[in-house]
Design a binder for this molecule. Sequence first.
Ligand SMILES: Cc1ncc(COP(=O)(O)O)c(C=O)c1O
Length: 421
Amino acid sequence: MEKYLISLVANRKSKDGSILAKIFDFKEEMVKHEMSSYNIYKKNPFITSCDRQVKYFDRHQSKERTAIMFGSNSYLGLSNSNYVINKSIECIKKFGVGSGGVPLLTGTTIIQNELESSISTLTGFEDSILFTSGYCANLGMVSGLLGPENLIVHDKLNHASLLDGTVLSGAKMLRFKHNDLNNLEKILKENISKYPGGILVVTDGVFSMNGDIADIPAILNIVRKYNCLLAIDDAHATGVIGEKGAGTLSHFNIDYSNDIILTGCLSKALGVVGGFISASQEIIDYLRVYSRSNMFSTSLPPGDCASALASIELIKTTDVVECLRTNSNYLRRELAKNGFNILNSLTAIIPVIIGDDLKTSLISKDALDLGLVVNPIFTPAVPPNSSRLRISVMATHTKNDLDTLVSVLINLFNKYEIQRG
Ligand SMILES: Cc1ncc(COP(=O)(O)O)c(C=O)c1O
């Protein structure tokens, strides 16, 4: 049967602009895709938590199967820690499962306050504000701070939530080539007189599809030269890089200051759900009122706050971050030694570049049949012709898991005649 891939390149349009026609066109494509027996959009649901080892229901063979997880953002394995789970249960028994209100009305308990303080201690900022997701934190940060009178300058690989926040804000947007400081400086030089004091430069700390780290010291120098502000999205850095997982600023030994705003996730290494912004007291006070995805949305449930608090405690008091680093470094070394192109990954996210969409999806499917969950990533999540496997390392992986992954990938690259490197 011919393999059928759905085009995701642009937002779909129907010939006459009809909304329903667009939806039915998509449905036709989805049916062809499903019939080609390797549907990559409707997933095999997991029937256990996303720990190191998972069970899932194979939709095509109608049976339960087991696999090693290499696709979870719960890098530290904390979503399954008994300590974290028990803290959450204790809290739910006391405070219930929902917060029952938006933060500025009745949605703030002492647990949300404790979590905001704990995040501020971890990130090294004066104060922090919680959101129900990292997506909402980015939306609220950009749209809360900027308006049509401002310019926002993005790294080209920034996360979609930062771009969506930009649309909401009405700010003018320009993008610099990924981690290209000359390009960033050129943009600021050309635009500074048009937006005096009104430019925000935004970058991911750790890039979600490449696993590389933004050159924050150099970016900050340029930002300060032109008197702009810098926002860093630490979604994949919190709990992963820096002293005891404190994130990108700690990784570079940079202290908090008034011209830096940090966003982060409780949903990745901390293993729970939610997002945050850390910044100076004045900026956080402002955002509590002007960040609409916080102000107009029911606050994070107390049980989730208790879990995130427990995760931060474990990050500080155990060697879990160090285990993740050891595993990531080992896998990176082994993949590089065997000639795979892993770009400039330095973190728990290791891309293995393939470049061909069909082969990428076939390898991901074959890997699953061999007992390994490895996410295939295509455009628009990554630039055209750079489809890849996005491997997420966990602190809980064993050396045998990592060695098995490398040997399976070698065999599958040979099977599909893909050049390594
Ligand atoms: C870089 C980055 N920022 C923000 C987010 C959004 O985080 P959340 O899943 O908590 O909404 C993600 C999620 O994948 C991400 O990769």
